[in-house]
Design a protein around this ligand. Structure first.
Ligand code: FHN
Length: 618
């Protein structure tokens, strides 16, 4: 299944193919693996990631200014699965805890009983809303109903809800909507409009019900649409309605659903996963960030650990440094980051989510101007970090400090008015040669998440040059030339490859693929700023059938041969492993722009999947 790179992407169109399912491999796989993939793919046609609709309706959104300025949202997955905490009948499950009913194939009659034990006495709407405020969050979206079909709100449409079916007997959504707005944060609901494992005619429960006999229309008319109307009527103005995994409706039916719901909430933004390209803004796949700036209303969604719903044994929490750098990266490409947390069945937010969100909030207190209301920066990613822009200010997010304290911002044609540190407004010395701006940095902690400097400049922002040569400098431990920067020839192509670690814990790597003959080659334009010796390292993944083949790197008039090593075969349901393999040392006698080319030296299977070329000063 292949799609071109989403429109609105900057720079010359690149042959960019999303590869999500390598059908060919299935044919030759042993039956056991086939059955595993089938179960893993949640049966009957589309699997989870194939249901991500990343296209939006491209209409100007008069109500979207707040979204453009918000940049940082909080996603909350909370439901009966939070009580199960990733375990069922003594067995622990890893990955998406909110999918436990599906993965453990729990019959509806058994799963329903979880509600009788669901009593979140520690839920405190004000505390949750104040944490969001302290974290610098501008909008909050919580799961009103997820795939399990249980309504976390007071629904008159189905008694399978928190007020009727649990000892808690209260509607937490009412309290949270109020508390969130009190903190000046936009409130929104997530609603699983098609996938509903509780309902005989809802989507995707294939262990209790025969999918081919379902009447999705009936489910929509009797449950999904009436509940959506309850949510869009009884909880005040909603900033966002976050739909997920669309299905069971034609484009026309989806359009009339969208129109009828927009009548109830004209100002609300509907996520692209409403389906059929009818969303008001675009959501990428889970844990996906586009490799280059996108000129559109878009959002990246990540979870704080490996699961959206609470799992007691999942401790893989992202540090505040990781959150801050992810937020800056997403903003540097023009998007919003919505970070997910999973409270437990008692209503407690995990300790590390509280801790690291508060730390992120402290950084935003001091540096928020470089995130909120910004657009993508016109200086592409550099060895030191990324840029965001607001008006005639360019914000430099420095993740890695150059050893000599001299920071190069290339591709800067504008006249400079001033350069200073964002945190203390202290002015910095700088000099400009042609379009190179060199700033003398003050000392700062090298392990700081992101240290921000501001360049105030004259005249409008220059356009973003997606094919500008990639800066290579000996002032940094490592210089990475990403696959997206490549120019490809022949069958070589830049692809986004999706795979998962644990169940539903999706990963995406943009790679060069399809190099099967000497004519299928890849070229990178690099700009070496300091002469010297550099190690050339290929970062690639290589399957059994591709291993042992030779390739050639040409750079600065030198040719180097290498042989591919096996790392792992592509399997959507398993980690795709990469190796960073040094293949050459190149000496640059002078600074300048060079062309680096890579190609197979023989005809054969795909050479490898190349994620990046790394140049490390020796
Ligand atoms: O299946 C869901 C999953 O449980 C989670 O809600 C994510 C969040 O984006 N959406 C679906 C998978 O993409």
């Amino acid at each position: 299944m292949f799609n071109e790179m989403p429109s609105g992407t900057l720079g010359r169109p690149v042959k960019f193919i999303y590869l999500r399912f390598m059908k060919t491999r299935i044919v030759c796989l042993p039956i056991a693996v086939l059955l595993f993939a089938m179960n893993h793919a949640a049966c009957y046609g589309q699997s989870m990631e194939q249901m991500w609709d990343t296209t939006s309706n491209k209409k100007q959104q008069p109500n979207a200014q707040w979204f453009k300025e918000a940049k940082f949202g909080l996603f909350i997955h909370w439901g009966l699965y939070s009580k199960l905490a990733g375990s069922w009948k003594g067995k622990r499950y890893y990955g998406s805890g909110e999918w436990i009913m599906n993965v453990a194939k729990i019959p509806v009659r058994e799963y329903e009983k979880v509600a009788a034990d669901f009593n979140p006495v520690n839920f405190n709407a004000t505390k949750w809303a104040m944490l969001a405020r302290e974290a610098g969050i501008k909008y909050l979206v919580i799961t009103a109903k997820h795939h399990e079909g249980f309504a976390m709100f007071d629904s008159k449409v189905s008694d399978y809800n928190i007020v009727k079916a649990t000892p808690y007997k209260n509607d937490p959504m009412k309290a949270l909507a109020e508390a969130t707005r009190k903190q000046g944060i936009r409130f929104g609901f997530y609603y699983s409009q098609f996938v509903d494992w509780h309902e005989p005619n809802g989507g995707k429960n294939t262990w209790d019900f025969d999918e081919s006999k379902k009447d999705y229309q009936l489910y929509y008319q009797q449950k999904a649409i009436p509940q959506l109307k309850e949510l869009l009527t009884n909880y005040g103005p909603l900033g966002i309605v976050w739909f997920d995994l669309p299905g069971g409706l034609t484009k026309q039916e989806t359009q009339s659903l969208v129109d009828s719901l927009h009548k109830l909430q004209p100002q609300s933004l509907f996520s692209s996963r409403v389906g059929q390209g009818l969303g008001d803004y675009k959501d990428f796949g889970d844990s996906e960030i586009p490799p280059v700036p996108i000129n559109d209303l878009w959002e990246s969604i990540y979870t704080h650990n490996d699961s959206w719903g609470y799992i007691r044994h999942d401790m893989n929490f992202k540090s505040s440094k990781e959150i801050i750098q992810l937020l800056a990266k997403v903003a540097s490409r023009g998007g919003n980051l919505m970070l997910n947390i999973g409270p437990d069945g008692e209503g407690n937010i995990p300790y590390y989510s509280v801790k690291y969100l508060k730390e992120t909030g402290r950084w935003l207190q001091a540096n928020g101007e470089s995130i909120y209301g910004t657009e993508y920066g016109f200086v592409p990613a550099q060895p030191w970090g990324v840029t965001t822009r607001k008006g005639s200010k360019l914000f430099l997010h420095v993740f890695n400090r150059p050893k000599d304290g001299k920071l190069l911002a290339p591709g800067f044609p504008n006249a400079v008015r001033s350069v200073y540190s964002l945190a203390d407004k202290k002015s910095l010395a700088w000099k400009k040669t042609n379009t190179d701006l060199i700033i003398n940095l003050p000392a700062f902690k090298s392990d700081a998440p992101s240290t921000v400097f501001v360049i105030e400049y004259a005249c409008g922002a220059p356009s973003y040059d997606a094919k500008a040569p990639v800066t290579i400098s000996s002032q940094f431990e490592t210089n990475t030339v990403e696959a997206i920067k490549a120019t490809t020839w022949g069958e070589a192509a830049i692809k986004s490859i999706t795979f998962s670690h644990y169940y539903g814990d999706w990963k995406h790597e943009t790679c060069i693929t399809g190099m099967k003959a000497p004519g299928d080659s890849t070229t990178f334009s690099i700009r070496v700023t300091q002469p010297g010796d550099y190690s050339v390292i290929l970062d690639y993944s290589c399957g059994r059938e591709s291993a042992g083949q030779e390739g050639r790197v040409t750079l600065n008039g030198n040719e180097f041969l290498f042989k591919t090593l096996r790392t792992s075969e592509y399997d959507k349901a398993a980690p795709l492993l990469f190796i960073k393999k040094p293949v050459a040392i190149v000496n640059f006698t002078k600074a300048g722009v060079y062309s680096l080319n890579i190609h197979p030296i023989q005809q054969g299977p795909e050479l490898f999947k190349l994620k990046s070329v790394i140049l490390e000063p020796m």
